[in-house]
Design a protein around this ligand. Structure first.
Ligand code: ISL
Ligand code: CA
Length: 545
């Protein structure tokens, strides 16, 4: 029997480098800034960092457009800085997982520069080209995720190239074996440098068949993932997490099942998509529906009972701040932040904390479109205005769901710009940094940070938290989320109020009586009462006696 993988007990922490800590006053976070904050992360108790891209990039999509996979962006530092980060993190027991963005490169990558100049060079086949339609227009009507057509014409070669995202992000042609070998070689190069694995950006797109207009989970996906495993991952003690916007209960174990030799876990978004409008999308969110959310969350707990593994998250650099989206970021902010953490961190899987979540950071409320930076928000604004959507209506949606909420600078202190930079930040800091910041949170009796530290320690120390079987309680309850974890005779009961009103529930007799409270939002209580009154966003987790 192989040793238990290290990530079964570890918690991950996502850093969005541009917004984490700026060491030189240019308004942009950087690697030396990250190094200066490693003690904060060690104190939190995390096992590894997922570092959003730091590679060389023109930054059209903040680094998700890579122009050199073997170099670091100037604004973030140098390869030496990266080596120092790996070493300094290691000295604190923290591993580094890098982002792997290989569905597409930047249009400024040397490969694409060669590819767009001539059909005769080998690099041409690293990208996806098609002839114009009969009328000279694009080969088909597919729209790009960030607006406009998914096809852009290059007169030099008389062809269109495919880009699922922006024109600055041409899709790599995974059908080409030489391209695949380039990617594998680059992955080995980084692993040999001492990193502990990869978070794989939109990996579910690499098996696409553009002629059939099959993009997500295309016909070649699992063949390529298995090849990548054989060529790069087999025999190495590394962690791989695939991002997939299309994975479902039906396909989940194809990525991370024990016998698949593909990935260790996937970021799946069914619980996130629950909060989007079915036709109008993320910029017209629908009211949060707890029952649907619970269904998504717990069906994945069930799926991974015997095989596979969960990646647990509510926030990342593409999503709004979780207290604002799922709960309340005003009166009940602290309780809500602690409750969301309890609910997520006591499930089975590997939890991820997104920077600032550990102090309950909230969405920004921008008043003008020019305060936004993200190309997705800006492009969709242009498109929707043309379609007649009033600007204030779009802004309302963006203020709830834009990707920029998670990208405002990390709030370290009440100093100007939250102590993030001594210069002018690339995006405005949230004005609430004067009260919501690391320094003030750590001193507060209801500290969000201490709560996270406790939960992260529980996963390291408790077999029950790490491996217990999850069973949902009250699945149809529209305001309360509850579940049980069980391992042998040990049982854990978690209950959380997801509403801004008091909630009274009669608890099933099997849960009531003596308990040991291991996590709470307001004040601990040791017994589990037959009739429990929960204050707004109140939660408890008890080990049952
Ligand atoms: O957040 C999203 C849902 O609308 C998408 O815009 C998101 O970009 C997409 O889900 C994939 O995300 C990943 O790939 C993108 C990059 O912009 C995101 O930051 C990244 O997480 C392209 O590389
Ligand atoms: Ca900087």
């Amino acid at each position: 029997e192989a040793a238990e993988p290290w990530w079964h007990r570890a918690t991950g922490y996502q850093i969005y480098p541009r917004s984490f800590a700026d060491s030189n006053g240019d308004g942009m976070g950087d690697i030396p800034g990250i190094i200066s904050k490693l003690d904060h992360l060690a104190d939190l108790g995390i096992g590894f960092i997922w570092l959003s891209p730091v590679y060389a990039s023109p930054m059209v999509d903040n680094g998700y457009d890579i122009s050199d996979y073997r170099d670091i962006a100037d604004e973030f530092g140098t390869l030496e800085d990266m080596d120092r980060l790996i070493a300094e993190a290691k000295a604190r027991g923290i591993r580094i997982v890098m982002d792997l963005v290989v569905n597409h490169s930047s249009a400024l990558h040397g490969w694409f520069q060669a590819a767009r100049a001539s059909r005769e060079v080998p690099e041409h086949a690293y990208y996806i080209w098609r002839d114009p339609a009969a009328d000279g227009g694009p080969p088909d009507s597919t729209a790009a995720a960030f607006g406009g057509s998914a096809w852009t014409y290059v007169p030099e070669v008389g062809q269109y190239y495919f880009h699922y995202f922006s024109p600055a992000q041409p899709d790599l042609n995974w059908q080409n074996p030489a391209l695949r070998e380039e990617v594998y070689d680059m992955m080995r190069w980084w692993l040999d440098r001492g990193i502990a694995g990869f978070r794989m950006d939109v990996i579910s797109l690499i098996g696409k068949d553009v002629d059939e207009r099959l993009y997500e989970e295309g016909p070649y996906l699992h063949t390529f993932l298995q090849e990548m495993h054989r060529e790069v991952l087999a025999g190495r003690d590394v962690l791989t997490i695939g991002e997939s916007w299309s994975v479902s209960i039906e396909t989940g174990l194809l990525y991370c099942g024990r016998d698949r030799q593909e990935l260790d876990m996937v970021f799946e978004f069914s619980h996130i998509r629950e909060g989007w409008h079915p036709e109008l999308g993320k910029f017209a969110p629908k009211p949060f529906d707890l029952v649907a959310f619970k269904h998504a969350l717990f069906s994945w707990q069930e799926l991974t009972r015997e095989d596979g593994w969960n990646a647990l998250f509510l926030s990342n650099h593409d999503l709004p701040r979780q207290v604002s989206f799922y709960a309340d970021d005003t009166t009940h902010r602290r309780a809500a932040a602690r409750t969301l953490a309890t609910v997520l961190h006591l499930l089975k899987g590997t939890p991820f904390v997104y920077q600032g979540e550990e102090i309950g950071m909230t969405n920004a409320q921008f008043e003008r479109i020019d305060q936004y930076r993200d190309l997705e928000t800006l492009n969709h604004f242009q498109e929707q205005i043309v379609q007649g959507v009033p600007p204030e209506v779009f802004l309302e949606g963006a203020n709830r769901n834009s990707r920029d909420h998670s990208r405002t600078p990390m709030q370290w202190s009440s100093a100007p710009h939250g102590g993030f930079t001594s210069g002018t930040p690339w995006i405005e800091v949230n004005p609430n940094h004067t009260t919501v910041n690391v320094e003030s949170d750590k001193g507060h009796p209801q500290s969000v940070f201490s709560h996270y530290r406790r939960l992260i320690a529980l996963r390291r120390e408790s077999e029950l938290v790490a491996f217990g079987r999850t069973e949902q309680v009250f699945p149809e309850d529209p305001d309360v989320l509850a579940y049980e974890r069980r391992l042998g005779d040990e049982r854990l009961f978690v209950i959380a109020n997801f509403s801004g009103c008091e909630q009274l529930r009669d608890l099933p007799a099997e849960f009531t009586g003596a308990g040991h409270c291991i996590a709470w939002s307001h004040e601990p209580r040791e017994d589990v009462p037959a009739a429990l009154t929960l204050a707004p966003y109140e939660s408890f987790a008890w080990i049952l006696k």
